[in-house]
Design a protein around this ligand. Structure first.
Ligand SMILES: *Cc1c(COP(=O)(O)O)cnc(C)c1O
Length: 491
């Protein structure tokens, strides 16, 4: 084991990459980081000659040093072998003078698939080393739940339980989850809202009785959220992939800098781009694109992070976030790995909802990161306009990244597209001036104007049988998890 990962908040606590993937978050509340990240400089020419899967192994090998190359090859093959609808996995498409990087060709039509197809494979290998099994507990407001279910379906030594707020997810999100197949998956509606479910899941991780049940079966209770390094690392790959495609299409010469615009919520996606930059990706600027919950725009402009503000529900719900957890890792690297400084900021955030960074540090961050935010009204306008002018349909999240990219001065510019427009059919249809009865109706209407057909995973939703019908009280979550442990791991 090579214990190279440590907590952003404490230099003492060192563990291997396999352990970091199994643990997710450090017991001191910090996130796992590898301080020597920039000692790795990837060879761009090699990257330009390799396939997506080869590049994934090449990049993962640097960051997950206690996995063997054989293990990584197997994980990558299982994750990307036949699950993505595009040969390129993440193809780049020119829209105006912006290069749109399409991250939504995975099984659930959202960018989270890129990481959530690979994380379960990495976890499964790590579990063989520790001779354990793992039960993933996830509360979801809609999208992550499905991507996680799909990624963990029938993966060896793992099981997954997803809780969603009953009646509070969209029609498509509901059907995506309750039709999920697999012998190691369970889905429950809960009577409450997302925060209730999320708080309960956090409690369950600390519940002594439940831990005892798990321990009896050598089961580890864990999460699959976006602070896990096993979710972060796979996302670095497509930043290099976009670069490779621009070189190979003759748009840029090898070594030229490009900029990236990233629709941002928890700061995981854009952070992966920064990791790529530290590892040798030639980047001019990262544009952090936000919606009306623009806590990051304010931070990048003023150096003050302040979550004390109303939470706004927008038409880009996956970016409705007031605490961008992965920003902690940026602070760590930008402050030259100053764990005490990071801990101070995070303590302030916890106690007062706010922290402020020194001006010199802000200037250093601003040299690489630019930002902007887009309202719902503007988001709809840009969707309508892109369709009218260029016959391209963007989902609300991708439209925010595209709008910021379009208005920025830097070129060449890659803009990340994080969801298929079909996942948000009703709002998209509305934006292009058409009305619909419900989400499924909207999906069919959208197909008449979209260049691509409805993705298979969404098209089959209407006919798949409902397999998970249970709706339970918040207080019944614990006993259901206990039953699930007995049921899945009773051997
Ligand atoms: C999760 C998500 C985002 C935000 O990504 P972060 O890594 O949380 O910044 C953007 N768009 C879509 C569609 C998402 O699902």
């Amino acid at each position: 084991m090579q214990n190279v990962y440590e907590s952003t908040r404490n230099k003492g606590n060192k563990i291997s990459s396999k352990q970091a993937i199994l643990e997710g978050i450090s017991s001191d509340g910090g996130l796992y980081v590898w301080p020597e990240l920039s000692s790795v400089q990837l060879d761009l020419e090699t990257i330009c000659h390799q396939s997506y899967k080869e590049n994934a192994v090449y990049i993962l090998k640097q960051l997950l040093s206690d996995f063997t190359e054989e293990e990584l090859k197997m994980c990558v093959e299982n994750a990307y072998g036949n699950t993505f609808a595009s040969q390129a996995i993440t193809p780049v498409r020119k829209v105006g003078d912006v290069y749109v990087l399409e991250l939504f060709h995975g099984p659930t039509s959202a960018f989270k698939d890129v990481a959530l197809t690979l994380l379960p494979q990495l976890m499964s290998v790590a579990l063989q080393t520790t001779k354990e099994k793992a039960l993933i507990l996830t509360a979801t407001s809609g999208d992550t739940g499905k991507a996680a279910l799909s990624g963990f379906q029938d993966v060896k030594d793992t099981g997954i339980v997803v809780f969603y707020p009953d009646q509070k997810v969209s029609q498509i999100q509901y059907r995506q989850m309750v039709t999920q197949r697999g012998n190691n998956v369970k889905v429950f509606g809960v009577k409450g809202n997302f925060d209730d479910a999320q708080s309960k899941v956090k409690e369950l991780f600390l519940d002594e009785e439940l831990k005892a049940v798990a321990k009896k079966h050598a089961v580890r209770l864990t999460s699959a959220n976006s602070i896990n390094i096993g979710r972060l690392v796979p996302q670095i790959v497509y930043y290099f992939e976009a670069y490779k495609q621009l070189v190979n299409q003759g748009v840029i010469e090898l070594g030229k800098k490009v900029s990236y615009s990233v629709p941002t919520g928890n700061f995981g996606d854009v952070l992966a781009g920064y990791y790529g930059y530290l590892m040798g990706l030639p980047v001019e600027k990262f544009y952090v694109a936000s919606n009306e919950n623009h806590v990051l725009t304010d931070f990048l402009r003023t150096g003050v992070y302040d979550r004390n503000r109303p939470f706004i529900q927008t038409i880009s719900p996956s970016m409705d976030i007031l605490i961008s957890s992965n920003l902690e890792r940026l602070l760590y690297y930008m402050s030259d790995c100053d764990a005490a400084f990071v801990k101070g900021c995070m303590d302030d955030l916890k106690n007062t909802g706010r922290y402020e960074i020194p001006k010199a540090l802000l200037a250093k961050i601003q040299a690489l990161f630019d930002c902007g935010y887009v309202s719902d009204t503007e988001t709809k306008e840009i969707i309508g306009q892109t369709y009218a002018d260029k016959q391209v349909i963007l989902d609300p999240h991708s439209a925010i990244g595209y709008d910021i990219a379009d208005k920025a001065s830097q070129r060449p510019m890659v803009s990340l597209a994080t969801a298929s427009p079909y996942k948000f059919s009703q709002d998209v249809l509305d934006a292009i001036g058409k009305t619909s009865q419900d989400e499924l109706d909207a999906m069919h209407q959208l197909e008449k104007v979209c260049q691509n057909p409805i993705p298979k995973g969404l098209a089959e939703l209407e006919t798949l049988p409902v397999l998970h019908k249970d709706v339970i009280a918040i207080d019944a979550m614990k006993e259901n998890v206990a039953h699930t442990i007995e049921e899945f791991f009773n051997d």
